[in-house]
Design a protein around this ligand. Structure first.
Ligand SMILES: *Cc1c(COP(=O)(O)O)cnc(C)c1O
Length: 362
C-alpha cells in the first residue's frame, strides 16, 4: 500500500512499521569534536597488524575454522556452540530475526541498558516489553516472569552498559529455571573480559536456553573489524546459522580475529584489561573525592556519573577536547553521563576537566 501523504519516495515505500523509527544513535553517528574519544567504550590502545591479501579473490569460509577454534579454546566451549557474526550487534539482530515472529512474539528487555535490543526488535517489527531494572540496577524477576507469557527472548546484559553492574547470579538462575523450554535467556557479555570470573558460560551445560553474546570490539580493541560471537547450545546455533548471511566473516576480519585469539593476542588483551581496570579504579576514586557527583562502581571499561547538569558536563569536557556519552535519556538515569576508560594520559585530562566542572557546578 502506497502512502499518499508521504513526503518522499522512501517514506512512501518503506515498511509502514518502520516509517517513524528513529535509528540507534551510535557514537559515530552522534559525532562530536575532540581528540579524546571516551564515548563508545572502545579500547584506547591500537596496534599494527600485518594481513595478507592472498585470499581476497576467494569467498571466505562460512565460519572461519581458525577463528572458531581460537574462540572456542578461549571461551572454554565446543566449536558447535559458536557462531561468528558482524559484531555482537548482528548476533542480537539474528536472535530476533531467527526466533521472533513479527506480530506474534515478544522480546523483553530491561532498561537502563544497551540500546540495540530495543532498536533491533523495532527494525524487525517485533513487539517489545520493557521491564525496567530495579533501583539496584538488577532485573526484576517477578515483573519479568509476569510479562514473559509470549516472550521468545529476554535480553540481559552483564556487565550492564551503561551502569557497569554485574547480573546477580541468583536472579539469573531464577529466570533460567522459570523460563526453561519457552524463552531464550540472552546474557550480553560484551564487557565480560573486565570481570571474567562473572561469565555465565559454565551454566550452558545445564541450561540449553541460555545464549551468550560476546565481541572483539571492547577488551580486544578491535571495534573496527566488526567481529562478535554467539555462544549457545548447538541446536540454537544451528537455527541462527540458517538465517545469517552466506559469507558473514570477511577474510581480513578472520585473519585479524585469529591473530587476536592466539596465545600472544590473548596475553596482550589480558594485560590491557588489567591496566584499564586499574585506571578505572583510579578514576572512580578521583570522582568519589569530588563534590556534586554520584559515581557508580563498574565492572566494565566505563563509569556512569550523575552530575548537576549533563549538557553542561558534556560541554565542559568538549571544551577540553574530550567526548563523553550522554545517558540522560535512558530510563532512571537523569543527568547521567558515561565515561569510557581511556589511556592514562586521557584519564588525567578527563579527571582534570571534570574536576573543574564539578567544583564550579551545583
Ligand atoms: C558495544 C556493545 C555491543 C556491540 O558490540 P559489537 O560487537 O561492536 O557489535 C553489544 N552489547 C553491548 C552491551 C555493547 O556495549
Amino acid at each position: 500500500m502506497i502512502n499518499s501523504n508521504a513526503t518522499d519516495l522512501g517514506d512512501a515505500l518503506v515498511r509502514p512499521g518502520l516509517r517513524a523509527l528513529v535509528p540507534y544513535e551510535s557514537a559515530r553517528r552522534i559525532g562530536g569534536s575532540g581528540e579524546v574519544w571516551l564515548n563508545a567504550n572502545e579500547n584506547p590502545y591500537g596496534r599494527e597488524l600485518t594481513i595478507s591479501a592472498e585470499r581476497w579473490h576467494r569467498y571466505p569460509d562460512f565460519q572461519p575454522p581458525a577463528v572458531i577454534e581460537g574462540y572456542a579454546r578461549y571461551a572454554g566451549v565446543a566449536p558447535e556452540q559458536l557462531l561468528i557474526s558482524r559484531g555482537a550487534d548482528e548476533a542480537i539482530e539474528l536472535l530476533i530475526r531467527t526466533f521472533c515472529e513479527p506480530g506474534v512474539d515478544n522480546v523483553i528487555y530491561c532498561p537502563p541498558t544497551y540500546g540495540m535490543y530495543n532498536i533491533s526488535s523495532k527494525t524487525n517489527l517485533v513487539a517489545l516489553t520493557e521491564v525496567p531494572l530495579d533501583s539496584d540496577f538488577q532485573p526484576d524477576v517477578a515483573a519479568i516472569l509476569a510479562a514473559a507469557a509470549d516472550a521468545k527472548l529476554l535480553f540481559l546484559c552483564s556487565p550492564n552498559n551503561p551502569t557497569g553492574h554485574l547480573l546477580e547470579r541468583a536472579r539469573l538462575l531464577a529466570l533460567l529455571d522459570a523460563l526453561a523450554g519457552k524463552t531464550l535467556v540472552v546474557v550480553d557479555e560484551a564487557y565480560i573480559e573486565f570481570a571474567m570470573d562473572a561469565t555465565v558460560v559454565p551454566l550452558l551445560a545445564q541450561y540449553p536456553h541460555l545464549v551468550i553474546t560476546r565481541t572483539l570490539s571492547k577488551a580486544f580493541g578491535l571495534a573496527g573489524i566488526r567481529c562478535g560471537f554467539t555462544i549457545a547450545a548447538p541446536e540454537v546455533i544451528g537455527q541462527l546459522a540458517k538465517v545469517i548471511a552466506p559469507y558473514p566473516v570477511p577474510v581480513p576480519v578472520a585473519q585479524i580475529a585469529a591473530e587476536a585469539l592466539s596465545a600472544e593476542g590473548l596475553a596482550r588483551m589480558a594485560e590491557q584489561v588489567s591496566l584499564l581496570n586499574s585506571l578505572r579504579a583510579d578514576f572512580v576514586s578521583a570522582m568519589a573525592a569530588l563534590p556534586n557527583v554520584k559515581v557508580w562502581a563498574s565492572h566494565g571499561n566505563f563509569v556512569l556519573l550523575q552530575v548537576p547538569d549533563n549538557l553542561a558536563c558534556m560541554a565542559a569536557a568538549a571544551q577540553a577536547g574530550i567526548i563523553l556519552r550522554d545517558q540522560s535519556k535512558q530510563k532512571a538515569l537523569p543527568r547521567c553521563v558515561r565515561v569510557t576508560i581511556g589511556s592514562e594520559e586521557e584519564m588525567l585530562r578527563t579527571v582534570n576537566a571534570l574536576e573543574n566542572y564539578l567544583r564550579s557546578a551545583g
